[in-house]
Design a protein around this ligand. Structure first.
Ligand code: ADP
Ligand code: MG
Length: 701
């Protein structure tokens, strides 16, 4: 893009400093280029003309061709208005103006052919259009005509300053008149030819001012193609560098740690999926390249065990390992699980969280440095500068979407050489997203649950059936099982129709009175110690019911819990519902999920509930989620910023195109890994622009 387009938007005619500031703040538009890439969200066809005799009051917009047969001025003062009687030979319609009357009247001529466009109104038997657009008359010079009218999203604040869609379109008009010839091509010629893409210039022009339907389609396609193509090219090049050029520790052998564990301590057979994933990991860590692997597995699929065994291999090769978890509860749980798994093996494991006492901390720091400590498990506390390892060989990150990119990067600065990385997530990521956000990572999937698990039965109940639900919980508790009841928020201030946790807790306490029943509460506003204490009671089976907000969402593993009740389930997104449901069903006994909602449900909410009651498959749910909500809300995309950066492509809808351009990018890189060919000069230059602009999230090392 030429430097001309880098000019501040305030220099564009029609903008000025005040509007520029609004455009900055409200839409993130700073330069000419930003404005040029602010694309319409819809188009209204301007190729069709209506006949006045055939109008009906339900038409959103109409376009007429005809002549003004006379004027009238009605009312006075504030209510003064100009009426023009407009005829197309089939009937008469009134054009109305409340503002700029004299200007309008001066510029409109009787008996001259005009095109009129606007929203029709219908009032006491007559059609009218208030403040219509009148072509060829009321417009100043330099107006670009188009077959469809582009519509732009604007905000309330912008509208208050009269920057509504039409005004944005006007700015776009002014912009394109001066920049059209200065738009430089951003794709090499051979790609344009081979994949039948129109030029950038034509595409940017037609996306704002479509000359016809075909050109509009081609413009959208070209711009989507380019956007997705460069994302893939960027990721694939990084990936290829990591694979070909990075250096990683070589974990060449399996030794006593793993062997002893496997023979003496492993309480069950590994599932085939676990075995396969371990093989994939072993191949990576033995290769001499740095491993960067994403391990996806539905909740309860046994990722922790895979992580542990990978860490034991690190130990066998003389290295230390660590696991980082997003919350203290989870770090504690990993610590307990792993200690139990490692029972009596000569492996030293420690827990480091925000609550670790200073004195203990010191010892941990020392033992990490002198190598006496083998495995460190913890939270954010692990990335503090004071935490230094003797030789960290493997980092496991659990539920990674909770960690910011910068935080992660800090962790591997602790070494001379980057350790191997295993990122684990139970949030299934649809293929297109994985290809895009984690395109640089290698992906392993545990697609099999440990044997004997029964699919969780999911039911939807309206709030009016709460007593029935309570009855069911009592039966389960009678059978010795435990129950979660989850609420969206601790204090709902805006709307009363959501049961908030405090009210809920009261009614639950009444329905489940002590001493027969014991109830724990955990929510975000409690102190860590209080939370942990409440959690512990539940973990130990001393309380029957855990009333909680979503703090228990991720990873908590209490296999005796058999029912997950989700209150105001309509308020949760699909992936969150799925995560919550995954807290039960961790045992061979039947588990249940009850989705409680109010009677009134939006269409979207109903769809979510339907999907939840139909399937337990996390990937299916993730795909549905992506379709329903778009990628901006999918966990993992927020941090990457990617979903918001996309200007025209849609990760949910453009699945085929993503795969298509990925293959094209791959082929280019196969032939020219460093993009040194003169043909590929543009590609190299564009990539550099992209990586200068963005935080690089795709490479986590
Ligand atoms: P997640 O993938 O959600 O982290 P976990 O690692 O917490 O799952 O495993 C869930 C439960 O399944 C744990 O109690 C774990 O001990 C058990 N588990 C893991 N692998 C197996 C297996 N191969 N056979 C039986 N149980 C297993
Ligand atoms: Mg887990």
């Amino acid at each position: 893009m030429s430097d001309y387009l880098k000019q501040e938007v305030k220099f564009l005619s029609g903008v000025g400093p005040k509007r520029a500031e609004l455009l900055n703040k409200e839409l993130g538009i700073y330069s000419f280029e930003d404005l040029l890439y602010y694309f319409p969200y819809k188009y209204i066809d301007r190729s069709k003309f209506h006949k006045i005799s055939e109008l009906n009051p339900n038409l959103p917009y109409i376009q007429l061709k005809g002549k003004i047969t006379g004027f009238d001025t009605l009312g006075g003062g504030n209510k003064k208005r100009l009426v023009a009687f407009f005829s197309d030979g089939t009937g008469i319609i009134e054009l109305l103006w409340f503002k700029g009357l004299s200007y309008v009247q001066k510029n409109l001529l009787l008996n001259t052919e005009y095109t009129v466009f606007g929203k029709p109104g219908y009032f006491s038997g007559k059609y009218n259009i208030i403040h219509p657009e009148v072509e060829n008359a009321l417009k100043t010079e330099n107006v670009i005509s188009a077959e469809s009218q582009a519509h732009y999203n604007t905000t309330e604040k912008l509208k208050k300053s009269f920057l509504h869609s039409k005004a944005v379109s006007k700015l776009m008009n002014n912009l394109l008149i001066i920049v059209k010839d200065k738009i430089q091509e951003t794709l090499p010629n051979y790609l344009l030819k081979e994949y039948k893409l129109i030029s950038l210039q034509e595409a940017l022009f037609n996306i704002h001012f479509p000359q016809n339907d075909d050109l509009l389609k081609k413009s959208i396609y070209r711009l989507k193609f380019e956007e997705l193509f460069y994302i893939q090219l960027n990721i694939l090049q990084k990936r290829s560098y990591r694979i070909h050029k990075s250096i990683g520790y070589v974990f060449s052998k399996v030794g006593d740690h793993l062997n002893l564990f496997y023979e003496k301590n492993l309480p069950f057979e590994l599932t085939n999926a676990q075995k396969r994933v371990l093989k994939e990991i072993r191949k990576d860590i033995g290769s001499g390249k740095q491993m960067n692997r994403l391990l996806q597995g539905d909740v309860g699929s046994g990722k922790t065990l895979v992580a542990l065994m990978s860490m034991l291999i690190a130990l066998d090769n003389g290295f230390q390992a660590c696991i980082m978890a997003p919350t203290e509860i989870l770090a504690n749980q990993h610590f307990d699980t792993i200690e139990e798994f490692l029972d009596s093996l000569p492996v030293k494991v420690q827990l480091l969280t925000g609550s670790t006492k200073t004195a203990d901390r010191k010892v941990i720091h020392e033992n990490l440095l002198n190598g006496e400590l083998h495995i460190l498990i913890g939270t954010h506390a692990l990335i503090e500068d004071a935490v230094q390892f003797k030789n960290l060989g493997l980092v496991v990150i659990d539920e990674q979407h909770r960690f910011g990119v910068a935080q992660r990067a800090k962790l591997w600065k602790k070494n001379h050489q980057p350790p191997h990385i295993l990122v684990m997530t139970a949030t299934p990521i649809p293929r297109t997203l994985a290809m895009t956000i984690y395109g640089d990572l290698d992906v392993s999937v545990i697609d099999e649950l440990p044997p004997g698990r029964k699919p969780i039965q999911t039911t939807h109940l309206f709030d009016s059936k709460r007593l029935r639900m309570f009855g069911f919980l009592k039966q389960q508790i009678e059978m010795g099982r435990q129950v979660y009841i989850v609420y969206p928020l601790i204090k709902e201030s805006e709307k009363m129709d959501y049961k908030d946790l405090e009210d809920g807790y009261e009614s639950i306490s009444r329905a489940f009175p002590s001493p027969k029943y014991a109830v724990s509460v955990v929510h975000g506003k409690m102190k860590t110690e209080e939370k942990d204490a409440a959690m512990k009671f539940f973990v130990k089976g001393q309380t029957h019911i855990m009333v909680a907000t979503t703090v228990i969402e991720v990873g908590v593993n209490i296999s005796n819990a058999s029912v997950m009740v989700i209150e105001s389930a309509e308020r949760f997104g699909l992936s969150q519902l799925h995560q919550l449901r995954g807290r039960v069903g961790r045992d061979v006994d039947q588990s249940y999920c009850v989705l409680m909602t109010s009677f009134k449900l939006s269409n979207e909410a109903r769809k979510r509930i339907d999907i939840m009651t139909k399937t337990n498959d996390g990937f299916e749910i993730a795909e549905a989620d992506l379709k329903l909500r778009g990628p901006g809300d999918i966990e993992g995309t927020q941090q990457s910023g990617l979903a918001f950066d996309l200007k025209i492509a849609n990760l949910g809808q453009d699945v085929k195109l993503i795969q298509y351009v990925r293959d094209i990018a791959e082929e280019i890189l196969d032939n020219d890994p460093d993009l040194k060919n003169s043909d590929n000069y543009i590609l190299a230059k564009q990539l550099k622009n992209i990586s200068d602009r963005k935080v690089d999230f795709s490479v986590i090392s």
